[in-house]
Design a protein around this ligand. Structure first.
Ligand code: 26Q
Length: 801
């Protein structure tokens, strides 16, 4: 089918007829997409079956990655690339006068995640399969992924996302492997021969039906599985009020929660979490028991990883099944569970730490609550032994306290490993946020600096740059990304610099064309493309970027002799629908864009562009076109960041604070090849402790600051003068929690340096190439290898090609 272009063309045309009932001439792009997608899925299926058979027969340890989010992005192009058949398909299609990219554009962009955490899970799946590691994802098949963003008059409007509208060629429904998940009811305790047993009665059952998606490794035979659960009414459901039962059931997997920081405490969210966890643990145990007779050995064959605390109920759920179903004692079950589960923390923002009120939790999950109570009691007793009389410390560390269940504490106590996602983040966890737990269990804590898959973020997104690198250093780096460092010997070669400059230019032209189409703004290809794309959050400080642009506007207006390297400021960001401040900042970016882009003199040198509906497929157009990567979070607040790595790999220079993985990027490229500014993490933490920061002083003492802050409310933006008052208040009345004004001068200074540096084209190109050369460290292959070696203790299982 894919052995050469002629065979491909023949099969494609035949399949199109049989699938769509039309000839090629009458077929639509979507018909063609479905046809190709089906052919590829079929081509994958034999490898998929073989992989599963191999895993069964070898019976080696497997890892299951539980995540409430998998931000996959489009799969057709990535699967073709990983299977090594992209070129044949492209050649075949071109003889039919179609391009692969128009077909790819028919695919919906599965957005089953909010941002960093969900995209990380997707990169990890790609690396697991490519490294031939037996690792699978478990998630939720949301009917509606993250909302589509429309901008109306500068305001964000959310529309329901509809990725399943035209079906999903990649999934296989497995009704035979459906399991039941129980909610509500009560626990009946009975005692036989001095052994207590527990039964849930009066509960409501929901059917969890798995939809499996293949995860194709790059140029290997391994095809792993992403299993997404769909909630459906069970035949053991109630026999009254069936309609509301059906509605309630289906609501569980109806939509993805669009908030990635605020712990909303909604019962539906808790239902989603338990639904994911219970169905996944049942499925993991069922497949374990097919090959193994003794559940007491589970932790030697199975590792379960929880992506943040959202799947933390895996801990009590595994306890429940081991005790209530398998008949193990508490101690036996605890030994197994606490050696099976491992946990990654992705944030230190306190508002993001999950805490569930008992009054919500206990009625919904009565048996699980009982088990957590018991875990807590035993844990507190242990603490009491170790720290006699230190009741304050114990209260602070308890899993249940003040009417709340603390999911991070449960995760730490029930896991064998706890990791942060960048060095500084892991250090902050150990020395501050989770200090008492680190003192208790120092061996559990470790760091795994995040990574990204270069197969999507370089090979797929930037084939032009990929081709240049191959020309210069061959292709070993594709399998071993750390070998990108070989490029470094060549960075002074004029030919390399020229070809890199040509590629960057080409990708800027492509992006400029999209901007012209979508925004109606003509941007200057020779200007610096300065990009900030990420979720909108106060701590990520899009506002700092905005205020700097406003400052530049003022300079240009006031000083006829002011010169500046031309820049195009590009933003992409979704705000949580209920996050008032974030939505105001989106509006502010639009108001600023209107001012800047419509001013004849200012718009000659700077432009502001907001790209609507930022998502994986758009990101693949943006990173390759960027010159400057904005990573300007308040130091200590961004656990890692992963966009920073995608920019670096595509040859953008970072303007960043010493936060998250920016620090490790600096260690890789050297201080001269990154633009850092602002407070350090320890300075920020010190201010937070001593309370000595006064934003008002910066407002009064720096005229540049006073001018831009005043412009928020003095009619400059010619709208209702109250429009941006809340933003001004956040800076002055609320004392600027994220130190925007404190870092403002430093940011202006570093941005001036960027402008000057860009003028020296030759040197800039060298610096960009240095960034690319050092980006291999940030491949998720390295990250996953570290998880596999240090945490999961799994090794490769592979068929020969
Ligand atoms: C929790 C409870 C209720 C509703 C929603 C949530 C929720 C959902 C998603 C909380 C957090 C998230 C996502 C967090 C996230 O994306 N964190 C980012 O993770 C990246 C990968 O490790 C890091 O690079 C980023 O620094 C971090 O912000």
């Amino acid at each position: 089918m894919f052995s050469n272009k002629d065979r491909f063309k023949e099969s494609f045309l035949k399949r199109l007829e049989s699938m769509c009932g039309k000839g090629f001439e009458e077929s639509t792009k979507r018909d063609q997409y479905h046809t190709l997608g089906n052919m590829v899925r079929e081509y994958i299926s034999s490898k998929w079956i073989e992989t599963n058979e191999l895993y069964r027969s070898e019976n080696k340890k497997q890892v299951y990655y539980l995540s409430i989010e998998f931000l996959l992005g489009r799969l057709l192009g990535q699967n073709l690339l990983n299977l090594g058949i992209k070129e044949i398909v492209e050649e075949g299609l071109s003889e039919l006068n179609i391009t692969l990219s128009e077909i790819e554009d028919c695919e919906s962009d599965p957005a089953l995640g909010n941002g960093g955490l969900g995209r990380l899970a997707a990169c990890f799946l790609d690396s697991l399969a490519t490294l031939n590691l037996p690792g699978h994802g478990y998630g939720i098949r949301y009917k509606h992924g993250l909302f589509d963003q429309k901008i109306v008059d500068g305001y964000q409007v959310e529309l329901p996302e509809q990725w399943l509208r035209h079906g999903n060629v990649w999934e296989v429904r497995k009704p035979d492997e459906a399991v039941e998940v129980s909610f509500w009811g009560r626990v009946e305790t009975s005692c036989d021969n001095n052994v207590l047993s527990f039964k849930q009665v009066g509960d409501q059952k929901v059917l969890a039906v798995p939809y499996d998606m293949p995860v194709v490794g790059f140029h290997v035979n391994t095809v792993n599985t992403l299993r997404l659960w769909n909630a459906e009414p069970s035949s053991f459901g109630p026999n009254h009020d069936i309609l509301s039962y059906k509605r309630e059931t289906e609501a569980i997997t109806d939509f993805l929660y669009p908030d990635d920081t605020h712990d909303e405490g909604k019962i539906l969210r808790l239902k989603q979490q338990y639904f994911l966890v219970s169905s996944s643990i049942q499925s993991i145990l069922a497949s374990y028991k097919k090959e193994n007779s003794n559940v007491r050995e589970l932790h030697h064959s199975v590792a379960i990883h929880i992506n943040d605390t959202h799947p933390a109920l895996a801990i009590p759920e595994l306890m429940r099944i081991l005790m209530d179903v398998e008949g193990l004692t508490w101690d036996e079950a605890w030994e197994i569970t606490s050696h099976t589960v491992s946990y990654t923390n992705h944030t230190i923002l306190s508002e993001a730490l999950e805490k569930w009120p008992i009054y919500l939790f206990k009625p919904l999950l009565p048996r699980i609550y009982m088990i957590i109570e018991e875990i807590n009691e035993r844990f507190c007793a242990e603490l009491w032994d170790r720290y006699p009389g230190e009741w304050q410390r114990i209260e602070h560390m308890a899993i249940i306290a003040h009417g709340l269940v603390k999911m991070a504490h449960l995760s730490i106590v029930g896991s064998c490993s706890i990791n942060g996602v960048a060095k500084i983040h892991s250090d902050i966890l150990k020395n501050r946020e989770m200090k008492p737990f680190y003192e208790l269990y120092p061996w559990k804590f470790n760091n795994k600096t995040n990574g990204i898959t270069h197969r999507r973020w370089l090979l797929k997104a930037n084939p032009e740059l990929t081709a240049i690198i191959k020309d210069v250093i061959g292709d070993e780096w594709i399998k071993q990304p750390e070998k990108l460092i070989d490029l470094k010997r060549h960075i002074y070669h004029p030919a390399l610099k020229e070809s890199f400059a040509a590629v960057k230019r080409k990708r800027k032209e492509i992006l400029a064309k999209k901007i012209a189409e979508k925004n109606g703004i003509i941007v200057d290809i020779d200007s610096i493309f300065d990009v900030q794309v990420k979720r909108l959050h106060a701590y990520k400080r899009q506002l700092l970027n905005v205020l700097h642009i406003l400052y530049l506007y003022n300079r240009i207006k006031e000083d006829a002799n002011y010169t500046i390297t031309p820049r195009t400021f590009i933003f992409g960001a979704k705000a949580s629908p209920t996050y008032y401040y974030a939505k105001k900042v989106i509006k502010l970016i639009h108001s600023l864009a209107d001012k800047v882009n419509n001013d004849p003199r200012v718009s000659k040198v700077i432009k502001v562009v907001f790209m609507e509906n930022y998502r994986v497929s758009l990101a693949e157009d943006i990173f390759p076109a960027a010159d400057v990567s904005e990573q300007i979070s308040t130091a200590s607040k961004e656990a890692s960041g992963t966009g920073n790595m995608k920019f670096m790999m595509n040859g953008a220079l970072t303007v960043g604070t010493l936060d998250g993985a920016n620090i490790e990027i600096m260690e890789e490229v050297g201080r001269d090849n990154i633009f850092t500014f602002g407070l350090t993490a320890s300075e920020v933490l010190k201010y937070e402790e001593n309370g000595r920061y006064r934003s008002m002083e910066y407002y009064h003492h720096d005229l540049r600051i006073r001018q831009v802050v005043d412009q928020l409310t003095n009619g400059f933006f010619s709208e209702d003068e109250g429009e941006f008052e809340s933003i001004k208040d956040s800076l002055l009345v609320q004392n600027d929690q994220y130190f925007v004004l404190r870092d403002f001068a430093s940011y202006i200074e570093v941005q001036e340096k960027v402008g000057v540096a860009y003028q020296n084209t030759d040197k800039w190109l060298e610096q960009a190439l240095i960034n690319i050369s050092h980006s291999g460290f940030f491949s998720s292959d390295r990250t996953i290898q570290q998880y596999a070696d240090d945490i999961w203790e799994i090794g490769p299982v592979a068929l020969k090609m």
